[in-house]
Ligand binder design. Structure first.
Ligand SMILES: Cc1cc2nc3c(=O)[nH]c(=O)nc-3n(C[C@H](O)[C@H](O)[C@H](O)COP(=O)(O)O)c2cc1C
Ligand SMILES: CC(C)(COP(=O)(O)O)[C@@H](O)C(=O)NCCC(=O)NCCS
Ligand SMILES: [Mg+2]
Length: 402
């Protein structure tokens, strides 16, 4: 099971002797499916070369804050936003002290301030340095600020001392990192999610569809599983691998999608991320439609309304908490808010599909969520995985209050 599949891990390496184990750590993170980018302090490069970490991570290693070329390739803010999580291993006493003071005098400490991602520290230092009251005060402050601490472990040290201060082993660090994505927010809940486009047949070889890739719905399914939910994913034709622990039902048309959703009821939360065709051809020709070689005129296909999957679910007696998506190219918030009302939803996610860098088929998204009181919340542009995790958190909070 690839517990870090699709997760972007920013690995910070500071200058302790345990840095040689960070090479192995990259391997173990990749075993779990993570995409790993490495940032090294200057001191770290005295212990292990960037070349080794570049070869293992498959990405150039980031070392400089004030290098225009490096900043042009992937700027520090971009890198800070890229990360789903930051792991600093080893974290030296010096680095811990600087972070606790909000110092940003190199690339790694600047990223720590700039990122909104969770940050985990794997301290590694001599046992006396660890026990020192300055280090202990810094660690207490960081723990209070929400930093995660992995270790340190006790045992033999490089200088022969025995005690607390060893870096946790790479395999254990990789597992601990994966554990951070598992929450209990939706424990015991059944979540049904729709994803992808639908296909409305015209004849045996042709159909009407749209550009939905299914990426957002699949990311939501992963995030819901990570929040402890039982997840049913009803999806139209997409080219995506089924996330771990997700029950997937493949469908083609809007009517198939509605059937599959109704068969999946009851559920606690229904998230409609599919781009369902509003209309379908009135009849499906039994044979392939032929063009008349002599006639020059065009042809007409009569369309009829499809059932509205989300509105139908929201009208049920056993109505789940209902979340819709509004993919629009104009008047985004106005359309989204009217959809929330006329479909009787709990939340609507407004998605600007006119913006090429987000929306259909892209790997990133930026969304605004509107609730029944017209309160809005914006999630800035980030990977669909990160947006999905934020959205699932919000849905878990709101649905538990509803
Ligand atoms: C051989 C050697 C080993 C070191 N090992 C550690 C260590 O395990 N933990 C630690 O906190 N500092 C260790 N240091 C000290 C750090 O390298 C030093 O504090 C440095 O400023 C850390 O810089 P950085 O935090 O920016 O990477 C070691 C220094 C040397 C010379
Ligand atoms: C140095 C090492 C990685 C060695 O690990 P190993 O005993 O598994 O070979 C481990 O002892 C460790 O994490 N030590 C903490 C840092 C340290 O020893 N710093 C040097 C000052 S004593
Ligand atoms: Mg629609």
């Amino acid at each position: 099971m690839q517990r870090l599949h699709n997760k972007r891990v920013l690995l910070g390496i500071s200058g302790g002797i345990a840095a040689y184990k960070s090479a192995e750590l990259v391997r173990r993170l990749k075993d779990l499916g993570a995409d790993v980018q490495v940032v090294m302090t200057q001191a770290a490069q005295e212990f292990i070369t960037p070349l080794t970490l570049q070869a293992l991570s498959g990405h150039p290693v980031h070392t400089d804050l004030l290098d225009p070329a490096a900043e042009a390739a992937m700027g520090h803010i971009e890198l800070a936003r890229w990360a789903d999580i930051v792991l600093i291993a080893p974290a030296t006493a010096d680095l811990i002290a600087r972070i606790s003071q909000g110092v940003a005098n190199d690339l790694l400490t600047t990223l720590v301030l700039a990122t909104d991602a969770k940050i985990a520290l794997a301290p590694a230092m001599n046992q006396a340095m660890w026990r020192d009251s300055a280090t202990q005060a810094n660690i207490a402050l960081l723990a209070q600020r929400g930093y995660l601490l992995f270790g340190p472990a006790a045992g033999q040290q490089a200088c022969g001392d025995l005690g607390l201060g060893r870096m946790e082993e790479p395999a254990a660090l990789a597992q601990a990192l994966a554990d951070t994505f598992q929450t209990q927010a939706l424990m015991g809940k059944h979540v049904v999610i729709t994803a992808g486009p639908t296909r409305e047949a015209i004849d045996p070889v042709r159909y009407i569809t749209n550009h939905s890739s299914g990426k957002m719905g699949f990311a939501l399914a992963t995030a819901a599983v990570e929040a402890g939910a039982k997840v049913t994913l009803v999806c139209g034709p997409v080219h995506l691998a089924t996330p771990d622990r997700v029950q997937r039902i493949n469908v083609e048309s809007a009517r198939d999608m509605l059937d599959a959703c109704e068969q999946s009821m009851p559920c606690d939360i229904f998230i409609a991320a599919a781009a369902v065709a509003d209309y379908r051809p009135a009849t499906i020709a039994e044979q392939k439609l032929k063009k008349d070689p002599l006639a020059e005129e065009g042809m007409q296909i009569e369309l009829v309304r499809n059932p509205d999957v989300l509105a139908t679910i929201a009208k049920r007696a056993d109505r789940p908490f209902c979340v819709g998506f509004a993919a629009e190219t104009e008047n985004l918030l106005a359309y989204a808010s009217s959809k929330l009302q006329h479909k009787n939803l709990d939340l609507i996610v407004a998605n600007d599909v006119a913006n090429q860098s987000i929306g259909f088929n892209s790997d990133e998204n930026a969304i605004t969520i509107i609730d029944r009181n017209q309160q809005q919340q914006h999630f800035a542009q980030a990977s669909k995985q990160k947006i999905a995790a934020q959205l699932i958190d919000l849905i878990a909070q709101r649905s538990s209050k509803a």
